[in-house]
Ligand binder design. Structure first.
Ligand code: ATP
Ligand SMILES: O=C(O)[C@@H](O)C(=O)CO
Length: 416
């Protein structure tokens, strides 16, 4: 293993695994600290740390970094969301600082940019499409409302040291100028450097300039330039994995309620059997899993979707009645139990919508590692795990994917 990634959620892990695989590295996604596998140049450890207390996120992330270093990794990437999901008391700063200490290095880039998904950083401010982050729906996020688009200021709330910044014109001045700017920031005692990037070319320049950085932090975009650093040194050469074909029944499970997921659910449900989970019945204990499993089995050869996706007022109503965390935990457990039951009774292709939902499903399936196949839509690859034989998955971040994503994903997973 040459490059190790610590990702703060499961869909984010498959997002950056996709970038590295596309860059030509033989890539494996691990669910937490895994067991080493052969033929792996980039190892991505998926954690479920995005919304937990900083001290817990630090200890899990440091343990993951230690494991990756033991596998031989020469560079560590800390992957968080391209919308910098965190609170002022959040854990991105503390985890980044703890990793700097562990790696005995002085400086790390902070760059959540992912231009392919519309996330760009200019003058330290994060944009989604043509809007500042704080003017998008992210300001209403239930756990991590992003009310300030200035990443320098947001990060400063989370760190003890002074946050540095490198503007786009320095990035555009080229690799040598950027290296000089990193040195100057380091000499000024700044450890975390918010670095502008608005296009893939910027991320390639940053990747080249950071070839010898032991720690890099960012979204999946920051990984675009990294495989080339290893290739240039003649370090890449793992033989392409022979990925088994995945054949058999499929299912779509969606626990994401984002606007993008709502549209994707509606598109898929227009031509497939669909089952809307009655979350109030689930909370009351009136929705036995075997009823849902029996309904799925009644659909015969058609591929159904089971979803809890709902509009904000419906969600708010259920949360008021039963409590936000209790509802989230119960729905995640429902999808996790259903996925395990289906995988043990013949289902071979599972497409999941939502990061938390994906984490719960993958953990329930006990897939300690998954090979990364080709890209379905930006940021979402095919994953192949093993449970009773090859199992094909796609884990979709709430905001990712085209309206026909679910149909496309079932097809691509089957073509693995
Ligand atoms: N109808 C519902 N009412 C209340 N909570 C729900 C409902 N449906 C799903 N949830 C919960 O909302 C959360 C959705 O989070 P998840 O991470 O899966 O999706 P997302 O936030 O859209 O995706 P991402 O994190 O990738 O952006 C889960 O904890 C899920 O259990
Ligand atoms: O960076 C992103 O936007 C995604 O990989 C993600 O982490 C969403 O949960």
């Amino acid at each position: 293993m040459l490059l190790g990634v610590i990702a703060d959620d499961f869909t984010g892990a498959s997002d950056i695994a996709n970038t590295l695989a596309k860059g030509g590295m033989s890539t494996v996604q691990f669910s937490g600290i895994g067991q080493a596998v052969p033929n792996c140049e980039a190892g991505v450890v998926a954690l479920k740390t995005r919304s937990i207390a900083a001290c817990d996120a630090v200890s899990q992330s440091v343990a993951a970094a230690r494991w990756l270093l033991n596998q031989g990794c020469e560079q560590i990437v800390f992957k968080y969301c391209s919308t910098f999901d965190s609170t002022p008391q959040g854990n991105i700063g503390p985890v980044a600082e703890a990793l700097l200490d562990l790696l005995g290095t002085e400086l790390a880039i902070v760059c959540p940019a992912f231009p392919g998904a519309g996330r760009r950083i200019f003058m330290g401010h994060l944009f989604v499409g043509d809007q500042l982050l704080s003017e998008t729906g992210m300001r209403y996020h239930p756990l991590t409302p992003m009310t300030d688009p200035d990443i320098r200021r947001w990060l400063a709330h989370q760190t003890s040291g002074e946050v540095g910044a490198i503007a786009l014109d320095t990035v555009r001045a080229g690799t040598d100028a950027l290296r000089g700017a990193f040195r100057a920031a380091r000499d000024a005692g700044r450890r975390l450097i918010v670095t502008d990037a608005i296009a893939d070319e910027d991320l390639l320049t940053i990747g080249a300039a950071a070839a010898d950085h032991k720690l890099i932090t960012g979204g999946s975009g920051i990984a675009q330039g990294l495989p080339q650093n290893f290739r240039a040194k003649g370090r890449l050469g793992a033989r392409p994995e022979i990925v088994p074909t995945v054949e058999g029944p499929g299912i779509v499970l969606c626990g994401s309620c984002s606007a993008t997921s709502q549209q994707q659910v509606a598109t898929f449900a227009a031509s497939h059997p669909s089952y809307a989970v009655d979350t109030n019945a689930l909370m009351r204990g009136d929705l036995p899993l075997h009823d849902v499993a029996a309904w799925i089995s009644d659909q015969g050869r058609q591929t159904p979707i089971v979803y809890s996706t709902a509009a904000p007022d419906t969600i708010a109503d259920t949360q008021t009645r039963f409590g936000r965390d209790a509802v989230a935990e119960r729905i995640e457990r429902f999808f996790a139990d259903l996925a395990r039951h289906l995988a043990d009774t013949g289902t071979r292709r599972i497409v999941v919508g939502g990061g938390e939902t994906s984490g719960a499903v993958v953990e329930a399936l006990e897939l300690s590692s998954m090979r990364v196949g080709r890209e379905i839509d930006p940021g979402v690859p095919v994953l192949i795990g093993d449970r009773n034989g090859p199992l094909g998955l796609a884990l979709k971040s709430g905001n990712f994917g085209a309206p026909d994503f679910f149909e496309k994903a079932l097809h691509e997973v089957g073509q693995a």
